[in-house]
Design a protein around this ligand. Sequence first.
Ligand code: SF4
Length: 383
Amino acid sequence: MVSSTRSSTEARLSTKARYPFLPEAKIEYLSLGFDLDSFKSPSTKPIVERAFKRVINALKYGENVDPSDVAEDDKTEIASFPLAIIIVAKTGDKFLQRRFALAEASIIQKRMNELMIRDESEVISGEVKRWSEFIQEIARNVFMMDVEKVEYPPYAYTVGLVDYLKSASNINDQAWKLVNRVVDKGRVYLEARELVRLLRDRIERYILENIEKAEREIGKLPENLEEIVNNVKSQIPIRKIEDLAVAAISRPDAWPPCIRSIYSKLTSGESVSHFANFLVASFLINTGVSVDEVVSIYSQRSDFDEKIARYQVEHIAGLKGSRTRYTTPSCGKIKTNGLCIENGRFCGNIKNPMTYYKRKLRELEKVDKSKDADSDKHGEASS
Ligand code: SF4
């Protein structure tokens, strides 16, 4: 579903229609004077249909959504963005909310990358800006990032440490770890594509904040929008959560707090660090959960790609690569990564989460046996 070239329809749209988080797009939307009841009118039907399509595209394709799939005109494209946010908010589904934010932010990332490849300009605040200035202006003036231009190939920008860490810590890739970066006097050097990647993270957060705001503040929708929300809800995949396959094999009530905490984030579609993903996958594999079931947990992530997830889990299970099953990381390593819960005070003096699991499992099995014995006694007494 990825398009590498800009369609003629997309090229006809203004900058604010293609970058709907820009303050200018918001001003344009407000100038249209719409309220929720405006979307009952047949004259706004194209906007409602486009908003629905934006949401469904995000649900189906996630970050692989096609940036050239746009409305025919500026007004429809601009107004459909806040309306899509309202629709997503009203589903109340966290997975869809994250996936929508990811999809829309990925579209912007692709547009900016293409702008760079074509060495083109955009019009922002009434001024024509070459791509390098356009990107810098968005970073500085829209997201208040401390970004400077440099000419030090391959680097094109530097960003202050605080701003770098704010976004880069959410990216699951070793290349983004500070130790692997060029840093000088508190500034991190970035290639243009890398600044665009950090911007994607800011845009994703901006969209999520707006979804949360809409969820809190928007009241009852007109009937036609309510129907759309229900239609969207009916298309959200049913999740296989712990009460199904995983729980049948690995007892969640025997999991240590660190695993439970990451697991609940994963099943609500939240993104967690590379290490946290590895920890949960290796823990589950070592408690006997199958590759398929572990992959199904990752399907809750907004950026889920089954091929990649399956490859990684099979690697951890020893079915790929070195053919060695990975052991679950130690508590020491989990602490270093900031994932131990309350410094292990619920766990006793253990060195590995598997020790907690095995110990707890034995306790739970004893309790189960005594309950069975009790119910047998009651059964005999009443017969
Ligand atoms: S002590 Fe170990 S098992 Fe317990 S929460 Fe911390 S890291 Fe997890």
